[in-house]
Design a binder for this molecule. Structure first.
Ligand SMILES: Nc1ncnc2c1ncn2[C@@H]1O[C@H](COP(=O)(O)OP(=O)(O)OP(=O)(O)O)[C@@H](O)[C@H]1O
Length: 287
């Protein structure tokens, strides 16, 4: 089995999304900058309502941004109209929705769900049986209909369907939600297998620290903005285009919104190092 499609890079810049609900506006994203390299894996973390699923569906092209740019590979997808984006997405981008069963047609077997997802693909697609064994499902699951599957089997089958067309980008919304520890490990292995075998870039929304730590990078979304990055175990803060720097949660606990901070360069340091201390209004004294 060979893949013809390289993983696709993702870059979003100054992304804003406003929902209009019951006559009032909800700003789900307020200027997100994010990039994922081709073939990379990234977990989007953040509290409920932070805007993670909105970001995923904008990248998938299911929703259109209010403002900002989305570039996948070398395509500015925010510039495509609805019909163009459907055609462009084709076998390039797959979205696995939260809840395995939602991704499967109920009247088809798992094998036929996979084959349907491969229909029309110009990529070198894996055999349905290979996909089923990669994700750790038993062979006989191929002939089952979704109603016969447990929640974890359905989630693994949904990943098979997502990976079926050998997409360049696989988006997965909470793929381990409400699964046991063993099933979670199986889903993580399946995602890593797809990433290794097909070179597919993987972007997943999750609340699950086990899944997040298995991805190469994590990005935390807070109140519709990027709050923090972590890469190779190093916590990173991101300077926003407006010059603001979101503080890590544990620091924010000590410095509630409205706290005045004094920011100085540390004179003893050769490299730029900022000293940040609460300001009590008296020169030379921190709080
Ligand atoms: N279709 C919609 N219409 C109006 N508001 C919406 C819609 N979808 C989401 N929102 C609002 O946008 C904000 C971001 O929602 P979103 O679902 O993207 O957050 P999330 O981080 O994925 O949350 P969760 O972890 O609970 O899924 C929330 O305030 C939510 O209520």
């Amino acid at each position: 089995m060979t893949a013809t499609l390289e993983g696709l890079s993702v870059s979003v810049a100054r992304l804003v999304h406003i929902y209009r609900a019951d006559g009032h506006d909800v700003a789900a994203l307020s200027g997100v900058d994010l990039s994922v390299s081709a073939g990379g894996t990234l977990a989007l973390l953040g509290p409920s309502g932070a805007g993670k699923s909105t970001l995923l569906s904008l990248i998938a092209g299911m929703e259109r941004p209010t403002a900002g740019t989305i570039t996948i590979g070398d395509q500015r997808t925010d510039q495509l109209d609805d019909a163009e984006i459907d055609t462009w997405r084709g076998d390039r981008v797959a979205l696995v929705l939260q809840g395995g069963h939602r991704n499967l047609l109920p009247y088809l077997t798992v094998r036929d769900n996979i084959r349907l997802a491969q229909w029309g693909s110009t990529n070198a697609t894996p055999d349905a049986e290979d996909l089923i064994s990669w994700v750790g499902l038993q062979d006989d699951v191929a002939d089952c209909r979704p109603a016969q599957l447990t929640e974890s089997q359905a989630q693994l089958a949904a990943l098979c369907v997502g990976a079926a067309a050998a997409p360049g980008l696989l988006l997965a919304d909470e793929p381990t939600a409400s699964l046991s520890t063993d099933a979670t490990e199986q889903v993580i292995s399946a995602l890593q297998r797809v990433n290794d075998a097909l070179g597919t870039t993987i972007l997943t929304v999750t609340h699950d620290p086990t899944l997040a730590s298995a991805m190469q990078r994590t990005v935390t979304i807070r109140d519709g903005r990027v709050g923090a990055h972590a890469q190779d175990g190093v916590e990173l803060a991101v300077v926003s285009p407006d010059g603001s720097v979101p503080l890590p949660d544990d620091v924010l606990d000590e410095l509630p919104p409205g706290t005045l901070l004094r920011v100085q360069r540390d004179p003893d340091q050769e490299h730029l190092r900022l000293v940040v201390e609460p300001w009590d209004g008296q020169e030379g004294r921190g709080a």
